[in-house]
Design a protein around this ligand. Structure first.
Ligand SMILES: Cc1cc2nc3c(=O)[nH]c(=O)nc-3n(C[C@H](O)[C@H](O)[C@H](O)COP(=O)(O)OP(=O)(O)OC[C@H]3O[C@@H](n4cnc5c(N)ncnc54)[C@H](O)[C@@H]3O)c2cc1C
Length: 486
């Protein structure tokens, strides 16, 4: 492959996909490259999924600016892109007088950052809204503009809208080099070939420092900091909490929270473990970690439904050596634009980061806005949420909607086929799971996994042995490297 682009975005997480969505509004040839078969395969798939209000980051920092602006932008984007967001508000809970003083600091910082509607309430006021929280909670900071979201769905929506507006997403395409001549970017080298371009946007998550070095800029490092989580079945303690409930923060982060997902599950986490730089992709959970997060979560909500655990997972924060988001043109290499060090609140900040960086490119290139730009994206059928008459009509039109594949979540074959053939379609079993919820229920794919595998094989026209779970080499039935059966 040799191709030409005006801008190449490296990384298909929330940052890269939001940037692609913004680029696609202009007459620019925009290409996003992602090394894995699915988008959001890095930190974007494993985090607390909270659209933060914006009181945590120091006033004046890029984190604070982008957080508050991004949160406001999602209020419009929710309808435009049909995003899975619930504007739940959030609480930071204090257990003693010292922590009450921290709430006051957060309130003042939030006001300075421009966060609307913050107020400190008593423990009793909080318990009226959240009856399952600890009786030891003395007070809380209430942030009405916070929300919860489905991060994979957000990244997918950004990418789908970009693709229907002419941008390109190339998956399973790993960046291996960046050609720089006379101090300026000329091309991106990948394991699929060369893309000639004047602009490269580095949105490679925990690997952003390595990408930057490929282009001759070694001005920052990214250090991995892991966070572990436990997710509970949605049938147990479904109404345990409505809004995210944080402890008061420490210098390591916002602390271990208790939260609901937009799909009705409850989860607890994350802890914070600094790791050596050689272990950026280590996402194994640990037993001490599980004990630690359960212990701390119980201080906020005593009745955590441990017996209903369905899975544990790890997200890795991209902690930057500068302490803030690194955004904008590299001082060393012309045409290299950094979107690096995007740790929390990166999910919330993504649309604001995208606008900030793309505005810069548009100002420099004079690129015109597309006159035929299309808002939105194709509707995603959701059989279980439809009225019975609509379900019957859909089955009459396409009998595949009458065949339930995932019994835990009531997901039909029709929805799975739609997920595979969407503008950025599913290529793996987990790709189907994240688009439809098939495999997200109590059995975690134990029953539907083989049937989803067969459907992927049929629709992608590949042997079942070539169907992967999620990542490039996650073959389930065949050892690709040794060439033999696993
Ligand atoms: C424990 C935890 C909790 C968090 N909670 C929240 C929260 O509640 N709210 C919030 O706003 N933020 C939160 N965050 C932060 C948020 O998740 C991240 O800021 C955000 O997901 C980062 O997205 P990204 O696109 O920059 O990086 P990623 O999602 O990591 O994407 C980078 C992509 O680049 C790809 N890539 C890397 N190298 C290459 C290469 N050589 N070639 C091609 N592709 C490459 C990777 O495969 C990956 O898909 C949390 C983070 C963690 C870890």
């Amino acid at each position: 492959m040799t191709k030409q682009a005006d801008v190449v975005v490296i990384g298909g997480g929330i940052t890269g996909t939001a940037i692609l969505h913004e680029l696609a509004k202009y007459n620019l040839r925009a290409v996003l490259v992602e090394q894995e078969p699915e988008l959001a395969a890095g930190t974007t798939k494993a985090n607390s999924a909270i659209l933060h209000a914006g009181f945590d980051a120091p006033t004046g920092s890029m984190k604070a600016r982008m957080n508050v602006a991004g949160n406001a932008m999602y209020h419009d984007l929710k309808d435009e892109l049909d995003l899975d967001i619930r504007w739940s508000g959030s609480y930071v809970a204090a257990l003693d007088d010292e922590q009450m003083a921290v709430l006051q600091e957060l309130l003042e910082r939030g006001n300075a950052n421009g966060v609307p509607g913050l107020k400190i309430i008593s423990g009793d006021e909080m318990r009226k809204e959240e009856p399952n929280v600890s009786k030891d909670i003395k007070g809380a900071l209430w942030a009405p503009t916070a929300g919860i979201c489905w991060p994979f769905g957000l990244a997918l929506a950004f990418a789908e809208n970009a693709v229907i507006n002419g941008a390109e997403v190339i998956r399973e395409c790993q960046v291996t080099g960046i050609t720089v001549e006379d101090g300026a970017v000329k091309a991106v080298e990948t394991d699929k070939g060369t893309i000639e371009t004047k602009y490269v946007i580095n949105a490679a998550g925990v690997h952003a420092d390595e990408i930057s070095r490929l282009a001759g800029d070694d001005s920052f490092q990214i250090h991995p900091r892991r966070g572990e989580y436990i997710l509970f079945d949605k049938t147990a303690q479904k109404d345990l909490v409505y809004s995210p409930i944080f402890p008061t923060p420490t210098k390591m982060g916002k602390g271990i929270l208790v939260c609901a997902t937009t799909h009705g599950n409850v989860f607890v986490g994350p802890n914070a473990q600094d790791m050596p730089d050689s272990e950026k992709d280590d996402t194994a959970v640990t037993i001490p970690g599980m004990d630690d997060i359960l212990d701390k979560a119980r201080r906020l909500v005593p009745n955590i439904p441990v017996g209903a655990t369905i899975t544990e997972f790890v997200g890795v924060r991209a902690v930057s050596s500068t302490g803030d988001f690194i955004l904008g043109p590299s001082e060393k290499t012309k045409g290299l634009i950094q979107a690096a060090g995007i740790q929390s609140p990166g999910l919330t900040s993504a649309p604001a980061i995208a606008k900030y960086l793309v505005d810069g490119i548009v100002a420099e290139t004079g690129a015109a806005a597309k006159t035929d730009y299309k808002k939105g994206r194709p509707a995603q059928p959701c059989f279980r949420m439809m009225a019975e008459a609509d379900q019957k009509a859909l089955i009459a039109k396409d009998p595949r909607y009458g065949r339930v594949i995932c019994r835990c979540e009531t997901i039909t074959e029709g929805e799975i086929v739609d997920a595979i053939h969407r503008p950025v379609g599913a290529r793996t079993v987990d790709g189907v799971k994240r688009r439809t919820r098939a495999g997200m229920g109590r059995c975690q794919g134990g029953f539907c996994g083989p049937r989803v595998t067969q459907i992927l094989s049929r629709e992608l026209n590949i042997p079942v042995t070539e169907v992967r779970k999620e990542m490039r080499n996650s073959y389930m039935f065949y050892d690709k490297e040794s060439g033999g059966k696993a």
